[in-house]
Write a protein that binds this ligand. Sequence first.
Ligand SMILES: Cc1ncc(COP(=O)(O)O)c(C=O)c1O
Length: 392
Amino acid sequence: MKVNLMDIRRQEASYAAEYEAAVLDALRSGTYIGGPWVEKFETEFALAVQVKHAVSCSNGTTALFLALRALGIGPGDEVITVSWTFFATAEAVAAVGATPVFVDVRPDTYCMNPALIEAAITERTRAILPVHFYGHAADMDAICAIAKKHGLYVIEDCAQAMGTIYKGRQVGTFGDAGCFSFFPTKNLGAAGDAGAVVTNREDAEKAVRAYKVHGSGANGLEVLEAGYRAQGKALPENMPRGTSKYYNYLIGYNSRMDAIQAALLCAKLPHVPEFVEGRRENARLYNKALAGSGYTTPFEGEDCRHSYYLYVLCHPNADAIMEKLKEADIGCGRYYPIPLHLQGAFAHLGYRTGDLPVTERLAATSFAIPVFPELLEEERAFIIKTLLENDQ
Ligand SMILES: Cc1ncc(COP(=O)(O)O)c(C=O)c1O
């Protein structure tokens, strides 16, 4: 029996007719970038997430980058984030010219430890960027309270957290902006790259919309004008003004979502609660079967409804166990093997082994096993049996 860590083909098969009809419609429409499918997705996603604005974009990394730029974060600024995440979280911070400042995670939730944030704040800190890691929510109440006290923005990395609920609300709606990835394996996955920024702030919505299309059009003009106004200045008189896409007001990017991706995402969106329920049921059964063993099973905080993008176990012999799982043809993996503070790309920041002990311990002892909703009962039983046989 071979079990993949993630198996997208099974999910495609479960609603093939709906998905194919939507994609075919987009294909036949002749409108491939922007247009009615993209607008429909933005409307429906905002409604699903319960937020005022959802702006589609090309992927989750871009979503983070656009949100940071939209809030005016750039060179000279510091952003407090975690090292225990995918590279893109801190990469986006560095890509806007700011410096990531890494704090450790909680040993139970694997998300940013709020008790460590204040010590990391300097006069250059502009934002806190927590990650809802593996599908568990970060402590948004504590993080937002610290941000408010110090006048900082909060940008939530929700790439792994579609369907994660914190105190009754989808994560991504607590801070100034929430950034989603629709990478194919995600709880809501496209057939390629796609992402979105959600926000309740009109200024951030306009700026994200402007930056993702070359800083052009009416949104670009508004953002430029607001920037001049903030400096007590008026726009130059002789500046060409127009609202078409050929009037560029900001140095932006080309970071749009394709209509075909939007169509597929529209078809999948109503099924997200089922997908999450399937993941939660697999997690519940794993937790039950592994209780009392040498494995540390994932924690679910009182305020959080975990969406289990990844089901991650910890064990002192994680490496040897992963080898055994691989020999048994069971997909598994470490998310992620090298914490960001120790990555070569951030070597210039001067972090050392030992700086973030919880993160470093997780990087040595954790591994993910299959939790996708279409996992079969016999596959789950085989995984549990293999895990228990190798619990030493
Ligand atoms: C925590 C986290 N942040 C950001 C991203 C970036 O998303 P994307 O791959 O869509 O660019 C990912 C992607 O896997 C992620 O897991």
